[in-house]
Design a protein around this ligand. Structure first.
Ligand SMILES: Cc1cc2nc3c(=O)[nH]c(=O)nc-3n(C[C@H](O)[C@H](O)[C@H](O)COP(=O)(O)O)c2cc1C
Length: 332
C-alpha cells in the first residue's frame, strides 16, 4: 500500500488516492474491484443505464467495495435505476453531465457518498449547492465526454473556490493524468486525489477490444480530438456544451466537420459505426480514449497501475522535498 495520505484516503479509508473512472461500456465490475482491492476506489460505469448489465457487473465485483457512476441527464429519464443500484450498497455514486440535485438525498440516505464531476467553476458551484461530498474537476484532455477547460487551471481554481466556500468538500483531479507525475502534480495543484479513465481503459480488466488497446499503445496524445460525431453516429442526443474526446482515425477524418452530412447519412452510418465498434475495428468507429494515451505504453493489470502510479508520485514528491531541503541547507 502507498504511503500517500490525503484527505481522500482518510475519508474513504483508501490505500491510494486514486479513483478509476466510471467509463460507460468499458469499466465493469472486474476493473472496479481490481482497483479497489489495490487500495484505490473503482467505479463501475453505469453510463446511460442498463439494469441487467449493472446487476452482472456488481456480481463480478464480488463484494469488493466499489462505487458506480451515471450520466446525470440520462439518469433523469429512468431514475429507478439509481434506486436499484443503491441496493448493492456502493461506496459512492458519481454523477456527471447534468444537474445532480434530484439524486443527492437518495444517495446519501443509502449511506453512499456523492461525487460530482465538474467541467467548469459553474458546475463546481452547483455541486456545492447540491451538497456533494467530492468534486471531480475534469479538464478537456480527458477521454470520453467533457467540455473546454484545461486540467492545469481548472483544478487549482476549483481548489481555491472550495477552500473559501466548502472547505470540507474533497477535490479530485481528472483529465490527462496517467502516471505518478500527474498524481504528484494534482496534489500540488490542491487536489486530494485523482480520477483516471484512459489509464484504466488501457488495463487488462477493462472491457475493451484488443485492437482498440493496440491503437492506444501506438497513439501519441496528438492523435485524439474532441468531437460530436460519435454521438451523432450512435444517435445519442447529448446536451450542448459537451463533446467526446476520441482517437483520430478514418471515421473522424471522414466525418469531423461534416456533422450535417453524417446526420443525413445516419441510416447507413449508424449501423456501420455500431458494427465496427462491436468488431473492434480501430478505424471506422469511435475509439474512446484521451490525450493520456501518449503516456501509456502497455496494457497492464489495474493493480500494477495503481502501485506504479503511487510509487512514482511518492518518488516525485520526495525528490521535490529533498531538493527543497538541499537548497535550504545550502543557504544556511
Ligand atoms: C472510454 C471512456 C468512457 C467514459 N465514460 C464516462 C461515463 O460514462 N461517465 C462519466 O462520468 N465519465 C466518463 N468518462 C470520463 C471519465 O469520467 C474521466 O473524466 C476521464 O476519463 C478522465 O480523463 P482521462 O481519460 O484523461 O483519465 C469516460 C472516459 C473514457 C475514456
Amino acid at each position: 500500500m502507498s504511503q500517500l495520505k490525503t484527505r481522500l484516503t482518510e475519508k474513504l479509508g483508501l490505500g491510494a488516492p486514486i479513483l478509476s473512472a466510471p467509463m460507460a461500456f468499458a469499466a465493469g465490475g472486474a476493473l472496479a474491484a481490481a482497483v479497489s482491492r489495490a487500495g484505490g476506489l473503482g467505479l463501475i460505469g453505469g453510463g446511460y443505464g442498463d439494469n441487467g448489465w449493472l446487476e452482472e457487473q456488481f456480481a463480478l465485483a464480488g463484494g469488493a467495495p466499489v462505487g458506480v457512476g451515471f450520466i446525470t441527464w440520462s439518469l433523469r429519464k429512468s431514475p429507478a435505476l439509481l434506486t436499484d443500484v443503491l441496493r448493492h450498497r456502493p461506496v459512492a455514486v458519481m454523477l456527471s453531465f447534468g444537474d445532480p440535485r434530484p439524486f443527492v438525498d437518495e444517495i446519501h440516505q443509502a449511506g453512499a457518498l456523492v461525487i460530482c464531476q465538474c467541467q467548469d467553476i459553474g458546475h463546481v458551484m452547483d455541486a456545492v449547492d447540491a451538497g456533494a461530498d467530492i468534486v471531480v474537476a475534469q479538464g478537456a484532455e480527458a477521454g470520453g465526454h467533457g467540455a473546454r477547460r484545461g486540467t492545469m487551471t481548472l483544478v487549482p481554481e476549483a481548489a481555491d473556490f472550495l477552500a473559501t466556500h466548502a472547505p470540507d468538500m474533497l477535490l479530485v483531479a481528472a483529465g490527462g493524468i496517467a502516471d505518478g507525475r500527474g498524481l504528484a502534480a494534482s496534489l500540488i495543484l490542491g487536489a486530494d486525489g485523482v480520477l483516471l479513465g484512459t489509464r484504466f481503459w488501457a488495463s487488462q480488466e477493462a472491457l475493451v477490444h484488443k485492437a482498440h488497446h493496440e491503437a492506444l499503445v501506438e497513439a501519441f496524445g496528438d492523435d485524439t480530438l474532441r468531437t460530436e460525431i460519435a454521438d451523432i453516429a450512435r444517435q445519442i442526443a447529448w446536451p450542448r456544451g459537451f463533446t467526446a474526446r476520441i482517437y483520430r482515425n478514418a471515421f473522424t477524418n471522414r466525418w469531423h466537420g461534416k456533422e450535417s452530412a453524417l446526420r443525413a447519412a445516419i441510416d447507413t452510418e449508424g449501423p456501420s459505426y455500431r458494427r465496427a465498434f462491436a468488431a473492434g475495428d480501430p478505424e471506422n468507429t469511435g475509439v474512446w480514449f484521451g490525450e493520456a494515451a501518449g503516456l501509456i505504453h502497455a496494457i497492464e493489470p489495474a493493480a500494477r497501475i495503481v502501485d506504479e502510479i503511487c510509487d512514482q508520485a511518492e518518488n516525485a514528491l520526495n525528490a521535490r522535498a529533498f531538493g527543497r531541503r538541499h537548497r535550504e541547507r545550502g543557504k544556511n
